[in-house]
Design a protein around this ligand. Structure first.
Ligand SMILES: Nc1ncnc2c1ncn2[C@@H]1O[C@H](COP(=O)(O)OP(=O)(O)OP(=O)(O)O)[C@@H](O)[C@H]1O
Ligand SMILES: [Mg+2]
Length: 391
């Protein structure tokens, strides 16, 4: 029997973040898909193979878990270049969208074709995973995690690579040995207080009442942690993330400077890069756009700050609020400035924006690895030794 491979996947509204096999083995794919309406022009294998795999994810997906089965999709960067690309809408439920599954299966298939863990026969790879993933608190509260999990566990999901460099023509059959669906807020808490072996590293924090504000692409979730658990009744989700503001910035740059930026990602680059931040080129001249980015991000920061105030008022005994998610990285300076001027809450950001962005995926990795360690009976290690001797 094939041994299952560990996967920890955060299907964010903005981007999928995944760890496969080892924590260092990462995948980051923008959460954009486009059903293929026209045939994608076939190009020579040699030319195709020079291209980047992640820029050319082109797949057909078969799965009973999908509402629409057997459709061809462009995924990630390739999808952003089409006119019919789909991004998730605020208010949609992750657990009920085909898009969530397409992203998840695409990522697992990409991992499966590139690892030595699974054997390939006639271009077909049978992959077996133990998956740790998550859903927003709101959906877990509604009990949607149960259906989502059984949908994944219940059948084989097939990804066929079409016009994708290196993997063209390969099929991956994905099966799950086990699936764990964690609530997002709880996962962030675990990541804050525990190391990779789930040893408590943050003793001061463990019994405190804390808030975790996760500012994502399309949503903001504030989890309330009390007695080492997420307080379901107190947690709040808001349909507001940074994507809308990035779109506004793009629009204002277009109308003011006549410059068309390709995507929201270009905007993120302009507001976060180390060199030449808040500048764009206009007809060959370096131009400052700080006035635009500043007022739009400040507006958003004010709204996010209002959420914090609101939740803190209802949970007055909270000791600290941690800001996580890519949105926190973008809004850090604005929210800090507002807080200094206004309430002076005890709030904390992560120095490294990657830590904010990878918080969930890394937490799922810790949780699922721990689950595997505990589930592994001692005899397994013996068997392993026996087979390695046999080789
Ligand atoms: N390196 C970065 N530095 C700063 N901001 C970033 C960076 N990468 C992404 N972002 C921005 O942070 C935003 C949120 O990213 P994040 O990955 O936390 O969202 P998500 O988890 O996909 O969405 P959600 O939590 O709503 O499901 C994105 O819209 C992106 O523009
Ligand atoms: Mg997120």
């Amino acid at each position: 029997m094939v041994k299952s491979r560990v996967a920890a996947v955060d299907v964010g509204n903005d981007a999928l973040k995944g760890n496969f096999g080892k924590l260092e083995n990462e995948l980051y794919i923008p959460n954009v898909i486009a059903p293929d309406l026209e045939d994608r022009p076939v190009i020579g294998i040699e030319e195709l193979d020079q291209k980047d795999v992640l820029d050319n994810i082109h797949i057909r997906v078969h799965s009973p878990a999908l509402d629409e089965n057997g459709i061809i999709y462009r995924v990630g960067n390739l999808a952003t270049k089409t006119t019919n690309s789909q991004e998730l809408d605020p208010g949609s439920s992750k657990s009920e969208e085909d898009q969530t599954l397409i992203m998840l299966f695409a990522a697992l298939a990409l991992d499966a074709v590139s690892t030595e863990d699974f054997k390939e026969k006639n271009q077909v790879i049978d992959a077996l995973y133990t998956l740790g993933t998550g859903l927003p608190l709101r959906e877990v509260k509604e009990g949607k995690d149960v259906g989502y999990r059984s949908e994944l566990l219940g059948s084989v999901h097939q990804v066929e690579f079409l016009i994708t460099p290196r993997y063209q023509g390969k099929k991956v059959n994905i099966k799950f040995e086990e699936v764990k669906v964690y609530p997002e807020g709880f996962a962030a808490y675990v990541n804050l207080i525990m190391d990779n072996e789930l040893k408590v590293i943050n003793k001061e924090l463990i019994d405190k009442q804390i808030l975790i504000q996760d500012i994502g692409g399309l949503s903001t979730d504030i989890a309330v942690i009390r007695n080492r658990n997420v307080d379901d009744d107190k947690a709040q989700g808001f349909n507001l993330g940074v994507s809308e503001s990035l779109e506004d910035i793009r629009e204002e740059i277009r109308s003011k400077h006549g410059v068309e930026l390709d995507s929201r990602r270009d905007v993120v680059d302009i507001i976060t890069r180390k060199n030449d931040r808040h500048h764009i080129m206009v007809k060959g001249s370096r131009t400052n756009v700080h006035d635009i980015t500043d007022h739009i991000l400040l507006e958003l920061a004010k709204k996010e700050y209002r959420f914090l105030r609101n939740v803190w008022a209802k949970n007055s005994q909270s000791e600290i609020c941690y800001f996580v998610g890519g949105g926190s990285a973008v809004l850090k300076d604005y929210i800090k400035a507002l807080n200094n001027k206004l309430d002076g809450f005890n709030i904390e950001f992560f120095e490294d924006e990657n830590e904010s962005i990878w918080m969930m995926a890394n937490a799922y990795y810790k949780l699922i690895s721990d689950f595997i360690r505990k589930a592994e009976p001692v005899k397994d290690t013996k068997e392993e030794k026996a087979t390695s001797k046999a080789k």
